[in-house]
Structures are given as C-alpha cells and as structure tokens.
Write a protein that binds this ligand. Structure first.
Ligand code: NAI
Length: 395
C-alpha cells in the first residue's frame, strides 16, 4: 500500500515501515560512529520500542555489543492497516542486531501485568541467565494495577491553582493561551500509580527473586525537570509528583539490591519530541524554542545522542557516576545551561503566531514529529508500494 501520514491532534494514525527502519539505521550508524563502550553485556529494556528506550536499546547493542531483550506495547499491522511505529522500529532493530551477530528478542504486551513480567523472566532464564543492566523507560497514560485490577489514568494537570500560559499547535504554528484546571487528590494519586516508581520496583523485585540479576547489576529510569515556564504543568504538576516518586524509588531499589551490590539510578534527560512529550500542553512551544537555541549553539541532541552520551560519559566512564545533590544523573546539563535558559525565557515572552516561525524551530519540531512515525526521511520513496505486514522476527 501507499502509506501517508494521517494526523489526529498530537498523534499520527499511520506509520511507515521503511521510514521507521531508516530511523533505526540512522541511530545505529550514529552509535557506531562514536566507537565502542565498555558497558553492559546483557540488557533488559522495558519500553524499548520508541524514544529514549529505543535509543537505550540501540546504544546497548551497537555501543556495548550487548544482548538485549526489549519489552513494549505496540500494535502489529493488519492487512491495509499499518502497525504503530514502535512495532516497525523493533522489527528493524531485531533485523539489524541479528545481522550484526547480536542476540535480540522482544516481548509485546502490557509491562505492568504479571503475565508479561513472567514471560520476560522465563525468556531471560532460558536465553541469557543474568541481566547486568535494566532500563525502565515506560511512558503510558494508563496502568491496570496487577493486584487490584483497577485501571488508573494519569493526568497532566497543575496542582493547587489554575495554570494559564502559552502553547503552540505545532501543525498550524498557532500560538494560543491554554488554561488547565488544577488536579484533585485522585488525579495526583492516579498519576503516581501510573508514572511513579511502583512498577519499576516490582520489576526489580521479580528479577531479584528469580536470581536473574548479575552482581553489581544496574538499573535506570528516566525523569525530567525542565524550566520555570513548564513547572506548573510538569515538575510541580501531577506528572512531577510521579517523577518525585520515581526518583525516591531509585533509593529503595538500591537498598533492596544491597546483597548483590546492585544500584538504581534516575537519569534526568533533555526535553525531546516523542509521542509522550507531544501530548503535554506548553511543552511543544518550549521545545521549539529550545531546539532553535541549542541548534544555534551547536549543542542540540536527539534521543540517540542523549543516550550515547549517557552511556559513554556517565554510566561507563571508568570513574564514579557523577550525581547531583539529589542523587540523580544529569544529561539535561546542556538544556539547563543558564545561557540557554535565559535566551528561552526572553523568546518565550516574545513569541506569537506571527513570529514563532523565526523565533522558534517549528520546522525542526514538525520534522522530528514526522520522523517518529517513519515519515520525512529523504532516503525513503514514499510513493512506492510498501508492505505494511512486517513482523518482528522474535514475536
Ligand atoms: P515514548 O512514548 O517514546 O516511549 C514509551 C515506551 O513505553 C514505548 O516503547 C511503549 O511501547 C512503551 N509502553 C507504554 N506503555 C506500555 C505498557 N503498558 N507496557 C509495555 N510497554 C509500554 O516515551 P519517551 O518520551 O521515550 O519516555 C520514556 C521515559 O523518558 C518516560 O519516563 C519519560 O517521562 C522520560 N522522559 C521523556 C522526556 C521527553 O522529553 N520525551 C524528557 C525526559 C524524560
């Protein structure tokens, strides 16, 4: 079929298998160009099909020569209906990993469930023995709690007061005011259940119980801080409470892994266009200004550059992992540089529908958004008949 992008708000209903393959190949080439990293050799990535999780899997495999198991929740294709992009990304990843002689298997299902955890443990037992790095990179709007059966929904709301600020519809470039009513306690609790650290801890407990963690195993989850303008809706909002919980969980996991010398860390990453971040009001405007400034300064990074730098300069750098005063790894250091943030604060005040095209990098935002779904790659001929029925080899 001929596959074209079909946009609905902040999602795209179609994905292009060849474009997703190109995206994965580009990321692999980048990692290879940076040279080998003496790092983990057996890696489990939970949330491995898009964004930071995919970039972590690619860096593990093509930077560290690691065997990887990836867990994700994606839609396979049906005749005449494309898969979700993470499905095609994972198909391309496995294909490239196998070509390079690297073990790669994937599990598609709800990572919050006991069944998917058990399936993963069984696969590790059968194929890898013990894992030395666990990446936890889920971003989900809902979580069915495995013990209570309750379906929790996360929200993106401020806490304590109504929040009004600018935002942009990145399809049209229209800058407008958005007003978000504050969360109630239930919203906060639900968001913490979905995006906090409970499920991360459950995974680590399950792996430990079955003796599937190597001595000195490490685990990592991803967080975000960001600037003052997004604080009410992000770091001081419902999602921020969940991130506080996730960050606190790192310490309790480290405690529980004492006998094997295991360590849990949270890495604070840079704001980037992913399926998860496009859904958050205000963030797309911030990202379009951020991209403009970071590109002008020559310090712009995508998910793969962030993860390659995280592995090579933080995790596996022969010295102690540098941490901030709250015990977190910071790879958002360039985003948070004072000069970068000062420039954004100024542009934030000035930006309007009329001038955003110049002040911000709306084109860069749109390009990244299209790329998430496998569109907008110059190497791909989008007018050619394309087979949508691509399988993930190990599934
Ligand atoms: P993403 O939307 O690109 O990836 C989410 C991954 O989770 C996908 O692999 C998806 O299949 C998987 N997933 C979702 N629900 C699942 C379920 N129930 N079972 C199994 N897999 C499931 O998200 P992104 O942006 O890469 O986010 C990953 C982490 O990084 C999140 O914790 C996010 O808060 C954090 N982060 C994101 C930033 C950004 O700007 N995008 C910045 C800093 C941190």
């Amino acid at each position: 079929m001929i596959i074209e992008p079909r946009m609905r708000g902040f999602i795209c209903l179609t994905a292009h298998p060849k474009g997703c393959e190109q995206s994965v190949k580009n990321q692999i080439e980048y990692v290879k160009s940076k040279g080998k990293i003496e790092g983990a050799k057996k890696v489990l990535v939970i949330g491995s099909s898009t964004g930071f999780g995919l970039a972590s899997r690619i860096t593990s495999a093509f930077g560290c020569d690691a065997a990887t198991i990836g867990v994700f929740f994606e839609k396979p294709p049906q005749e005449g209906k494309t898969a979700s992009p993470g499905w095609y990304n994972s198909a391309a990843f496995e294909q490239e990993a196998t070509k390079a002689g690297l073990y790669a298997k994937s599990i598609n299902g709800d990572a919050f469930s006991n069944e998917v955890k058990q399936q993963t443990l069984d696969l590790i037992k059968a194929d890898l023995g013990k894992i030395d790095l666990v990446i936890y990179s889920l971003a989900s709007p809902v979580r069915m709690h495995p013990e209570t059966g309750v379906l929790h929904r996360s929200t993106l709301k401020p806490i304590g007061a109504t929040f009004t600020n600018k935002t942009v519809d990145f399809h049209t470039g229209k800058v407008s005011q958005v007003t978000i009513e504050p969360a109630n306690q239930e919203d906060i609790d639900n968001t913490v259940v979905v995006m906090g650290g409970e499920d991360w801890a459950m995974w680590m407990e399950a792996l430990k119980k079955e003796n599937l963690l190597a001595d000195n195993a490490m685990t990592l989850a991803y967080s975000y801080i960001g600037p003052a303008v997004t604080e009410p809706v992000y770091r001081k909002g419902t999602i921020g409470r969940a991130k506080d919980h996730l960050e606190a969980t790192a310490f309790s996991i480290t405690d529980s892994l004492k006998e094997i010398g295991g360590k849990a860390y949270v890495s604070v990453n840079k704001a980037l266009v992913t399926q998860a971040s496009s859904a958050i009001p205000v963030i797309p405007l911030y990202i379009s200004l951020l991209y403009k400034i970071m590109k002008a300064e020559g310090i712009h990074e995508g998910c793969i550059e962030q993860m390659q730098r995280l592995y090579s300069e933080r995790l596996y750098n022969d010295s102690e992992i540098p941490l901030d005063d709250k015990g977190r790894i910071r790879i958002d250091d360039w985003e948070m540089r004072a000069d970068v943030q000062e420039k954004i604060a100024k542009l934030w005040e000035e930006s309007t529908t009329e001038n955003l095209i110049e002040l911000g990098d709306l084109e860069g935002y749109k390009q990244d958004f299209l790329n998430l779904f496998g569109f907008g790659f110059k190497e791909v001929d989008y007018l050619t008949d394309t087979n949508e029925m691509i399988g993930v080899p190990s599934i």
